[in-house]
Write a protein that binds this ligand. Structure first.
Ligand code: FRU
Length: 496
């Protein structure tokens, strides 16, 4: 119905029908980016999991494909990853076809019902037609349950230095590292997590990859770990650790360890709607960045958001990079460059001094429901700012920066429908500003039902969804205390 389609994003991936959660199995091959996802094709709530599938040449426009992997006698197909096995180390290749190998968790619903511990084990499957159809390995599971009830979400990568496959897995509240030469036989190497990071929930969907540090020859390893609950603003979120991996063990960088003990946990995204995100296994950008995508929802309310025919969207694809500042290493995320190809009508304002409320756009200026806004504010030290996105019905999404707490925030309690869950808009979401720059730069990515905020070149990110009763069509800005200079303000309407 029309209300449904009113909420369907203009340019974020959603399945045509039914339930979706985590992104899975992302790889790049023969011009196509592949995205698989946790999918229940028979309902709009979580159920027996399959891997849905979509392909894209730019990670922005997606074409949904037939379901890729179905549940079997070992159980539901939970989250996992996929790699391109160029050297046919697995031996699954045939007649010159390069095998793509997926590794996922088999989750046994019968054992779950019987309250057994060995519910989850790891299995593999391969594809000889570029990821379209898959054959499960006869020797599954390749890693049997080792005594942890929660034992899942294998993420495989090729470790170039040691010439080995490395896999990281979540087990309870720690991560386990494994290696393999053939993707079938796995050897446990080490574990990580005791006493570090957030432990308010179960660890899920880990990732591990090297990243160059911007502006130097240094390379550090990044370890992502999703956690539910325990997120900085409630429910599910993804934390990160920065350190080194010697082929066997991940250790935090001493400066990072100091920062995490002193300051706070480190989060990929402080908004409430970016979970279970992982990276494309076998590609980097021209500057060495990794490509990342998350599930744009939160287990606190994902199953009751007001859409019926389909449920959940993915975040925009992002480039992850590492920056080093006086405070140590920070992981940054920004929308992938491919998004720039969709820029259409441009609207730019001259520098303005903001005192009180200033209208920036109205419904005639630009279609805000598919837009990218870039702005810069001079000398943020003593000036808070508040943006208000609104519609003719009086719904408002408010977001900005509080100069006394030095927190960014998003407030969605008046942004439309909220009563489907008590947890959806019970509190203002906040994120501490980490940059010391006097100027503040930001990118705002707006779709019909989501906002993605990238501050300070992606050092602080906030992603949230909302359900207005009519599309948002106006934007204004307020000075919260002192007057400030909006030096730069530019909107690109996106062509979708
Ligand atoms: C994370 C998660 C994973 C699991 C999947 C099941 O959202 O709980 O740990 O594999 O969802 O759908």
């Amino acid at each position: 119905n029309s209300e449904e389609e009113m909420y369907r994003p203009n340019f974020h991936f959603t399945p045509k029908e039914n339930w979706m959660n985590d992104p899975n199995g992302m790889f790049f091959y023969n011009e196509y980016y592949h995205l698989y996802f946790q999918y229940y094709p028979e309902g709009n709530k979580w159920g027996p999991m399959h891997w849905g599938h979509a392909i894209s040449t730019d990670m922005i426009s997606w074409k949904e494909q037939p379901i890729a992997i179905y549940p079997d006698e070992l159980g539901y197909i939970f989250s996992g990853s996929a790699v391109v096995d160029h050297n046919n180390s697995s031996g699954f290749g045939k007649d010159g076809a390069i095998p793509i190998v997926a590794m996922f968790t088999s989750h046994d619903p019968i054992k779950e019902k019987e309250k057994k511990t060995d519910v989850e084990s790891q299995s593999i499957a391969y594809s000889l037609d570029e990821g379209l159809t898959w054959t499960k390995y006869r020797g599954n599971p390749v890693i049997k349950n080792q005594g942890d009830r929660d034992f899942r979400d294998p993420k495989v990568m090729w470790d170039e230095i040691r010439e080995q496959w490395v896999m990281v897995l979540a087990a309870g509240q720690k991560t386990l590292f494994y290696s393999s030469t053939n993707l079938k036989d796995w050897q446990l190497l080490s574990e990580f997590g005791e006493g570090v990071g957030n432990h308010d929930g179960v660890w899920e969907c880990p990732d591990l990859f090297p990243l160059p540090v911007d502006g130097s020859d240094e390379v550090k390893w990044v370890h992502l770990v999703s956690i539910n609950p325990g997120g900085p603003n409630g429910g599910s979120a993804t934390q990160y650790f920065i350190g080194d991996f010697d082929g066997k063990q991940f250790t935090m960088d001493p400066s990072f360890e100091k920062a995490i003990n002193k300051r706070h946990d480190f989060w990929v995204d402080f908004g409430r709607d970016n979970y279970a995100g992982v990276t494309w296994s076998n590609v980097t950008t021209s500057s060495g960045g990794k490509l990342f995508m998350g599930w744009m929802s939160n287990w606190d309310y994902a199953q009751v958001v007001p859409t019926e025919t389909w449920r959940s969207a993915m975040t925009i694809a992002r480039e992850l990079k590492l920056q080093k500042s006086d405070d140590g290493y920070v992981l940054t995320s920004l929308p992938v460059d491919e998004l720039n190809q969709y820029r259409g009508k441009k609207y730019k304002k001259e520098a303005i001094s903001v005192k009180g409320n200033v209208k920036l756009t109205d419904s005639k200026t630009v279609d805000l429901t598919k837009s990218e806004i870039n702005f810069a504010i001079a000398d943020i030290k003593n000036a808070g700012f508040k943006f208000t996105l609104s519609n003719s019905l009086g719904n408002e999404l408010v977001f900005g920066y509080n100069s006394s707490t030095t927190n960014f925030y998003i407030e969605r309690s008046k942004a439309g429908k909220t009563d489907f869950s008590e947890k959806f808009a019970n509190e203002t979401t906040t994120a501490p500003r980490t940059s010391n720059n006097t100027d503040l730069k930001g990118t705002i990515l707006l779709d019909k039902t989501s906002i993605e905020l990238f501050y300070d070149d992606g050092q602080t990110v906030m992603t949230e969804i909302f359900f207005p009763n009519a599309p948002f069509e106006m934007l204004s800005v307020d000075s919260e205390d002192n007057e400030f200079m909006l030096e730069h303000f530019e909107i690109h309407e996106l062509n979708f």
